[in-house]
Write a protein that binds this ligand. Structure first.
Ligand SMILES: [Zn+2]
Ligand SMILES: [Zn+2]
Length: 362
């Protein structure tokens, strides 16, 4: 069976029903699966998704202190900018365009490390990267880990229910999965360690990296703006981590065909270009499905792409050594052609009018 069909751990309700259609679990089934797969006492192989959700839970007290102890309008603006733009753009720059799609390459490990840790770490690379390859291979089909046709909760709980890697990969397939992460700097487990922990990431190294990242950012924020600022920003990171789990559902039209003609050019899947995720995080998702390996996805003048500006800036200062940019190709293949067609139609209309006028005169 194809590698991307077996690399993820299938949920109890399966990817597809007997007829090959998407298996749509009930809310109860989804929640049961969710808690079963977070239960570390049942299997320690559940550690990675549990860690990911623990991070979200730990940000709740910070959020509480921000709202009820330190609230001010200026801190609210900080929270808004941090959760929407900074965390959002970082997710695009790091997890999406670099870790998954290799859309650009760093000049050295130092800049990779800086970019990785530019924000408070929330989503483990492994959970995002491996499953996102499957998402592109099986978009909106059974097996897509966040298939929008499965409903909101199907996507919202996907990082636990559908995105972790399978626990029974043979040695060859495990190394293949680990290779998907090679350039990210996440040091993989040996096969023996994988059999014990069920993951590519090593628990000790991952928890240490988490502690160092959070410790560093808490210290810096505390020095800049005291406990109030630190609580605000950590709370904002938690809000982002919840918000981002809704993106995959909405970015694929909430299970409906919401693609617009002459705007959402990728027709192989249900992805759509949305204004808000585009502006705050550079996620022009239909453009991205059209050119997954492009370091830029904002192709049209109004399609602001802050993630791309960061990558381009890093290139300008020598921190990024190469990138792929599909804008010219997009314009030539899709947009200019469309303009030509429209131009041609307008011209034909004009010619028809002239003919009628001439006939009238005659
Ligand atoms: Zn997508
Ligand atoms: Zn992608």
């Amino acid at each position: 069976m194809a590698f991307l069909s077996i690399v993820l751990d299938p949920p109890t309700y399966g990817w597809a029903d007997a007829n090959g259609n998407l298996s749509k679990p009930t809310t109860r089934q989804l929640l049961q699966e969710f808690f079963k797969r977070l239960n570390i006492f049942k299997s320690k192989k559940n550690w990675l998704p549990l860690m990911s959700w623990s991070k979200v839970i730990i940000t709740i007290p910070f959020l509480y202190f921000f709202i009820f102890e330190y609230f001010s309008w200026s801190l609210l603006i900080v929270a808004f900018l941090y959760s929407m733009i900074i965390m959002g753009t970082h997710g695009t720059v790091w997890h999406h365009r670099f870790c998954t799609h290799n859309a650009y390459a760093f000049s050295n490990r130092f800049w990779r490390f800086i970019t990785q840790n530019l924000t408070i770490s929330m989503i483990p690379e492994e959970i995002y990267v491996v499953s996102h390859h499957v998402h592109h291979a099986k978009s909106d089909a059974p097996g897509d880990p966040y298939n929008a046709s499965g409903g909101f909760l199907y996507c919202f709980l996907a990082d636990v229910n559908h995105q972790p890697i399978a626990k029974d990969l043979c040695e060859r397939d495990y190394h293949r999965a680990a290779r998907l992460m090679k350039h990210t700097g996440v040091q993989p487990n040996t096969y023996a360690q994988y059999l014990k922990w069920g993951s590519i990431a090593n628990p000790a190294r991952t928890v240490l990296a988490w502690a160092l990242n959070w410790g560093f950012w808490f210290g810096i924020l505390f020095l800049i703006g005291g406990f109030g600022l630190a609580c605000t920003v950590f709370g904002a990171a938690g809000i982002w981590a919840v918000g981002v789990r809704t993106f995959n559902y909405e970015g694929h039209g909430k299970g409906k065909d919401m693609r617009r003609d002459n705007y959402d050019f990728s027709r192989e899947d249900m992805s759509i270009n949305q204004l808000w995720p585009g502006i705050v995080a550079g996620e022009w998702h239909n453009n991205h499905h059209l050119y997954p390996k492009s370091a830029r996805t904002g192709f049209l003048p109004h399609q602001v792409d802050i993630a791309w500006y960061y990558i381009r800036f890093m290139y300008a200062i020598g921190a990024v050594k190469s990138f792929k940019d599909s804008k010219t190709d997009f314009l030539e293949t899709h947009y200019n052609k469309l303009a030509l067609v429209e131009h041609g139609q307008a011209q034909r209309l004009q010619e028809d009018k002239m003919l009628i006028l001439q006939k009238d005169k005659g």
